[in-house]
Design a protein around this ligand. Structure first.
Ligand code: HEM
Length: 396
C-alpha cells in the first residue's frame, strides 16, 4: 500500500465523526507521507498510541519531528528547538525539571479549591447571557470566557487583554495561517508576557506566576514561555470542548435528556465527550523515533516521525464497544484525549472541573436551550489544530 496523506476532512453532515478514511485503514499503524516529503507513520490504534506516548525512544522535540501539517511546527524556539521553559517541546530530563515545578500547582486537590470561583464565573456568564439574549453565540458568550477568565486569574494575566491573546492563539492553531503570520503571533504573545513577567518581578503578585517568580530560580525568559504555554493551552482547548460538547448534546437529545435528569452522570459525560469529540484532531500528538523501534509488527526507523490521530485512537473498536455511539453513561476513562505518559495534559483536572460545572450550569439555567440556526449551518473549525465550532448560535 502506498503511503497515505493525513485525512483531514470530515464528511459533510457528520461534524462529530473522524474523517472517514481513518476507519478504513488496514491496521493501527500506517505509512504516511508528510507534506515536506518525509515518509513516517500514522497511528490509529489505542494500544499503539499508548506505546508511543510512554516510550522514551520517541521524542517530542520539534526540531526532530516533521510537521504533519502543511506548515512547520511553530513554537517560541523556532526551528532551532524548544525555547527556555517551553517544556511541551522537551524530552526528559529537561522536561522533568520544569514539569516538577508545576505539577503541585495543578493537582486534583488544588483544582478542587478553584471550584467555587469557577462556579461563580460561570454564573456571571449565564447572567450576562440571560440579560443580553436570546439569541447568543455560545462561543463568545460562554465557552471562551470561562476558561480564559479562569486561566487569567490562576496565572495572574489581566483578563482585560483577552481579545489580544485570544486572537493570537487563534492564528497559531489555524493550520491555514501562513507560517510568518503564526510566528509573528507567537512573538507578540512572548513580548506581551515578557513585559508582564518583568512587571511582576518588580512587584510580585499572589498568583501562579508570582509564586514561580519568588519560589524558583526560573529566568524571565523561562517564565515567559511557561506563561505562554499555560495561557494558550489553558483557554483554547477547554473553550472548544465546552462549545463543541454543547453542540453534540443538542444534536443527541436522548443523551441530553439523560444528562439533565441525572446529576450523577456529569463525570462520565465529560469523559465520554472528551473521547467522542477528541478535539486535538490534526497533526498532534506527534513524535520522532530516536532509534529503531518495533511497533505493531512494523519497524519504525530512527528519524521517522509518528503522528497520532486521536479521533481514531479514541474510537478504536478494540478498546471501546460501539465506539461511534455517544453514550454518556459508559466508562470512557481509557480515552487518550489528554494524551498519555510524561507529557499527559498538565491542566486536565482543571479542564474537567470547568467542563463539569460548565455543562451542568448551562443546561440547568436554560432547560430549553436549542440551536438558533439549522444544525448544518454551524461553522466548524476544520482547519484548526484544536477542533470545535467557530460559532454556536443558541436560543432558549
Ligand atoms: C479539554 C481540554 C484539554 C485537552 C483536550 C488537552 C489536551 C492535551 C493533550 C492531548 C496533551 C498532550 C500532547 C502531547 O503529548 O503531545 C496536552 C498537554 C498539555 N496541556 Fe492540555 N488539554 C486541555 C486542557 C488544558 C488546560 C486547561 C491546560 C492549562 C492549564 C493545559 C495545559 C497543558 C500543558 C502545559 C501540556 C504540556 C504538558 C507537558 O508537555 O508536560 N491543557 N493537553
Amino acid at each position: 500500500m502506498d503511503p497515505i496523506t493525513l485525512p483531514d476532512r470530515r464528511t459533510p453532515g457528520c461534524p462529530f465523526d473522524p474523517p472517514p478514511e481513518l476507519a478504513g485503514l488496514p491496521g493501527p499503524l500506517t505509512r504516511m507521507a508528510f507534506p515536506d516529503g518525509h515518509v513516517g507513520w500514522l497511528v490509529t490504534g489505542h494500544e499503539v498510541a499508548r506505546a508511543v506516548l510512554s516510550d522514551p525512544r520517541f521524542s517530542i522535540r520539534s526540531e526532530l519531528r516533521h510537521s504533519a501539517l502543511p506548515r512547520p511546527n511553530v513554537t517560541p524556539g523556532g526551528p532551532g528547538g524548544a525555547a527556555p521553559g517551553w517544556f511541551a517541546g522537551m524530552d526528559r530530563p529537561d522536561h522533568t525539571r520544569y514539569r516538577r515545578l508545576l505539577t503541585g500547582h495543578f493537582t486534583v486537590h488544588r483544582m478542587r479549591g478553584l471550584e467555587a470561583r469557577i462556579a461563580e464565573i460561570t454564573a456571571e456568564r449565564l447572567d450576562a447571557m440571560a440579560s443580553d439574549g436570546p439569541p447568543a453565540d455560545l462561543v463568545t458568550a460562554y465557552a471562551l470566557p470561562i476558561p480564559s477568565l479562569v486561566i487569567c486569574e490562576l496565572l495572574g494575566v489581566p483578563y482585560a487583554d483577552h481579545a489580544f491573546f485570544q486572537r493570537r492563539t487563534e492564528i497559531v492553531v489555524d493550520v491555514d495561517s501562513p507560517t510568518e503570520q503564526a510566528a509573528g503571533a507567537v512573538r507578540e504573545l512572548a513580548g506581551y508576557l515578557h513585559d508582564l513577567v518583568r512587571g511582576k518581578r518588580a512587584e510580585p503578585t499572589a498568583d501562579l506566576l508570582g509564586d514561580l517568580l519568588t519560589g524558583t530560580d526560573l529566568t524571565d525568559a523561562e517564565l515567559t514561555n511557561i506563561a505562554m504555554l499555560l495561557l494558550v493551552a489553558g483557554h483554547e482547548t477547554t473553550a472548544n470542548m465546552l462549545a463543541l460538547g454543547t453542540y453534540a448534546l443538542l444534536r443527541h437529545p436522548e443523551q441530553l435528556d439523560a444528562f439533565r435528569a441525572d446529576a450523577a452522570l456529569t463525570d462520565s459525560a465529560v469523559e465520554e465527550l472528551l473521547r467522542c469529540l477528541s478535539i486535538l484532531h490534526l497533526g498532534a500528538p506527534n513524535r520522532a523515533a530516536l532509534e529503531d523501534v518495533e511497533l505493531a509488527g512494523q519497524l519504525v526507523r530512527a528519524g521517522e516521525t509518528v503522528v497520532l490521530a486521536l479521533p481514531a485512537v479514541n474510537r478504536d473498536p478494540a478498546r471501546f464497544v460501539d465506539p461511534d455511539a455517544l453514550r454518556l453513561d459508559r466508562d470512557a476513562r481509557q480515552h487518550l484525549a489528554f494524551g498519555f505518559g510524561v507529557h499527559q495534559c498538565l491542566g486536565q483536572q482543571l479542564a474537567r472541573i470547568e467542563m463539569r460545572i460548565g455543562f451542568r450550569a448551562l443546561f440547568e439555567r436554560f432547560p430549553t436551550l436549542r440551536l438558533a440556526v439549522p444544525a448544518d449551518e454551524v461553522p466548524m473549525r476544520d482547519s484548526a489544530i484544536v477542533y470545535g465550532v467557530r460559532r454556536l448560535p443558541v436560543a432558549w
